[in-house]
Ligand binder design. Structure first.
Ligand code: SIN
Length: 485
């Protein structure tokens, strides 16, 4: 990997301001999903080392939370600035370990850095409240204080931004953190840690523990009583396990889990806009985001026209090596992911779906799956219920608003949803009726640090970003002054 700033390529854990190998020098291999070539051997630290990182974070919190909000803000801004200065290298690392095209990787670095900038500002606005007392001699106020040491567990699909949007509000609030990045993409996390070091984030405040054993780290986070909060992005299945295990210490949880986003195109939609919105919402990160359109519902009067135009655009998408400038669609993360997408597509085809384009793993390399469009979908198919997490677009015909709303809401998930239409009354009605934490109207791109990202139902707990984002890392303390005569 050719980097301008070679200090960003790290392979050891970052604990208490130092780069630390595993006790027994154990490592795990990180691969490039484009061709499965080896990128790095990364330290596979032990449970005792993770426990040490947590103890260091507890120790560091004494001075970090005592700093003024402005002091924390200045350090976070420096970290933000270094991320922007090193964007080319950070994107190169990200594409190499994750596969997404370089332009998308740069978009992710900007997205992650924007959370750091946003919360550097929000640090100064963690206002409490003064409440009129309930008796003449009483004065009541509410303070917001950092929740304590935070453990984060982050996924491979956004190896930079998912860390940034948990760590920035936690640090802004005065918490310290122990980050467990995905074992598939730890290099982006380690590069962020190096920049945190250069920005002057004090030792112990931000720690990155690299491990190939996610279950062991989850056990340590949920049983170590120093950890007061866990923030996890990943599958609903693992989120539920963490929730069960967190019962021991009643550890607070933020969970950003799976989705099954509906994307609805009403008959009065602008068709070209709807097609480009659907491309954006479906194929970002090769379909590997929790907010990707999973089910595209199109009104029967425009169904055939939509399928035709959408398919033409899908067939133009260039698949390949993310490091090449012309690439728009990268590989899936690994062979397991390819198998899962293949199973979902084959299940639909066996149950009567019609293949319009794509449909199989591609010829470009082991981890590729063709960009795929399928129609004639019915409710029995896996893709109506499961998160596809791949470049496969199922298109479903509908007739009435009630019918499509019922289908859209028939899922245990409730993360993102999208619809295109211009009838004002319907726009309100549908936005209110969709049982989702986020609704995009006439847009397929809703992610931004200024808005609250998160789900309802089995898609999670808590919100990331926006003026609400620091609440997940703070506790409310009510203070009652008596005898004020
Ligand atoms: C995710 O897939 O979990 C995050 C997507 C986003 O932030 O846009």
């Amino acid at each position: 990997m050719q980097l301008k700033n070679t200090s960003l390529l790290k392979s050891k854990s970052y604990i208490n301001g130092q780069w630390i190998a595993a006790e027994d020098n154990k490592t795990f291999s990180v691969k490039n999903p484009f061709n499965n070539s080896h990128l790095a051997n990364v330290s596979d630290v032990s449970q005792a080392q993770i426990s040490y990182a947590i103890a260091c974070a507890e120790n560091a919190m004494k001075t970090w939370k005592a700093k003024s909000a402005t002091e924390r803000s200045i350090i976070l801004k420096k970290w933000h600035q270094l991320q922007i200065e090193n964007i080319d290298d950070l994107a190169m690392i990200l594409t190499s370990e994750q596969g997404k095209p370089l332009t998308e990787a740069k978009g992710e670095i900007n997205y992650g850095a924007a959370y750091v900038e946003w919360f550097a500002e929000e640090a100064k606005r963690a206002y409490g409240d003064i409440i009129p007392g309930h008796q003449q001699d009483k004065r009541i106020l509410v303070l917001k204080q950092p929740v304590g040491v935070v453990g984060t567990i982050t996924p491979w699909n956004f190896p930079n931004a998912m860390i940034a949007r948990k760590i920035a509000p936690a640090l802004a609030a005065g918490c310290t953190v122990v980050i467990k990045p995905s074992e598939i993409t730890p290099l982006s996390a380690l590069a962020l840690a190096e920049l945190a070091h250069q920005a002057g984030i004090p030792r112990g405040v931000l720690n990155v523990v690299t491990s190939n054993n996610a279950e062991m780290v989850g056990d340590e986070f949920t049983t170590n009583s120093i950890i007061k909060k866990i923030s996890f992005t990943g599958s609903t299945k693992v989120g539920k396990i963490l929730m069960k295990k967190s019962a021991k210490n009643l550890t607070k949880l933020s969970l950003e889990l799976g989705g099954n986003a509906p994307f609805i195109v009403f008959e009065d939609a602008d068709l070209d806009d709807a097609v480009s919105g659907a491309i954006a919402a479906k194929f970002r990160n090769t379909g590997q985001t929790c907010i990707c359109a999973n089910r595209i519902f199109v009104h029967e009067t425009i169904h055939d026209a939509f399928v035709k135009r959408f398919t033409t655009e899908v067939q133009k998408l260039k698949t390949g090596n993310g490091l090449l400038p012309e690439t728009q669609i990268g590989p899936l993360i690994n062979v397991k992911a390819v198998k899962k997408v293949t199973t979902i597509v084959n299940d639909a085809l066996q149950k009567g779906a019609k293949l319009i384009t794509g449909g199989k793993s591609g010829n470009d390399g082991k981890n590729f799956f063709d960009t795929t469009v399928i129609t004639n979908i019915n409710a029995s198919m896996k893709l109506m219920k499961e998160e596809i997490f791949g470049p496969v677009a199922p298109i479903i015909k509908f007739n009435t608003d009630d019918e499509v709303l019922k289908m859209a809401n028939t899922t245990e998930y409730g993360l993102a949803s999208y619809f295109y239409g211009n009838n004002l009354k319907r726009v309100w009605k549908v936005a209110e009726a969709l049982e989702y934490g986020m609704v995009g109207i006439n847009t397929g791109m809703i992610s931004t640090p200024v808005a609250p990202f998160g789900g309802i139902k089995e898609s999670g707990i808590g919100r990331e970003g926006s003026k609400y984002g620091m609440d997940d890392y703070m506790i409310l303390k009510y203070i009652c002054f008596g005898d004020i005569q």
